[in-house]
Design a protein around this ligand. Sequence first.
Ligand SMILES: Cc1ncc(COP(=O)(O)O)c(C=O)c1O
Length: 377
Amino acid sequence: MTADIAPFYAIEISRLAHALKDQGRSIIHMEFGQPSTGAPKAAIEAAHRILDSDGMGYWESTPLKARLAKHYLDSYGVSVDPERFILTCGASPALVLALSAGFRPGARIALARPGYVAYRNVLKALNMVPVEIPCGPEVRFQLTAEALSALDPAPDGVIIASPANPTGTVIGPDELKAIAEVCRLRGIRILSDEIYHGLTYEAPARSLLEDAPDAWVVSSFSKYFSMVGWRLGWCLAPESHLAAARAYVGNLFLTAPSLSQHAGLIALDSRSELDGHVETYRRNRRLLLDALPQLGLSRIAPPDGAFYIYADIGHLTDDSLSFCKELLNDTGVCTAPGIDFDPVEGHRFIRFSFAVSTAEVEDAITRMVPWFKAKSL
Ligand SMILES: Cc1ncc(COP(=O)(O)O)c(C=O)c1O
């Protein structure tokens, strides 16, 4: 029997938005966490050159793995053998790889609810059991060591995302250490999704590898590096499971795109351009946070990272999908419904992505203020 997988409703809304665009409507796409900035210029230039000279065979770039190891040393002070990096087509296959090679069917994997839609669905597709921990605004929608200690029986694994999707909240360093310690004591294997690292507005994010050297880590070039469509990411497998992970990747996915590996190597040295995008997101975040009271939205956890705001709209609706469709139809502002991230409470939440231009954020606010005011009458 196939697993019962829920659709990704933001995709449905996005389709609707594109249909409206085709009819000549002006649409602001705030439904996906997708940078609109494109790959770093130097990476694109390198890709043009390499396209003419490389045969583009199956390939895993040794220089890229070595450069990623340097990135971990520079960013987190963690020394990682370059051979532990498995290059993938983004964090999505890296997640499938880590779960398949790290756990058995039937494994119970804890995760925060709300959380990224694919966690729950990939676990189900792999015949694993999601153990969702409700995480409300009082814990800034994040897992805590206390919640993990309280699970009985202990789960086999836990997925940690800091900064998280859909909230952008970060788990502080002390709490991360406490989580790592609980997992060590209870034999819970950690899978850390670090895809939003680089996109933080206060302190830089901490890698789980700093506190749990045997954690699985997945990440990609889709967010900070602004290379969504290049489909490049990585999975860092613990030594104990490296051979298994290599066997899985060879059979399930083979290699990541060669051109993207060449470009990714250059992107890792394009920080000043990429940090400029972070400054745009910082401005966008501020604009939205300042505007939310005018929309009557006060129940949020301000994001420390990523490019999302997850807001409680429970005073306006108990059907976030219809609400997002109505908002789109009336104003052209496309957002994601909370049910994508939380099947229980998500019907009263909405996610705004501010990975768009500042002008678009300003325009969206101008359109939404009167609409939300009219809704709350
Ligand atoms: C938390 C999280 N993990 C993983 C992914 C998958 O990203 P990709 O496959 O583009 O690297 C996303 C995409 O939005 C995400 O939000």
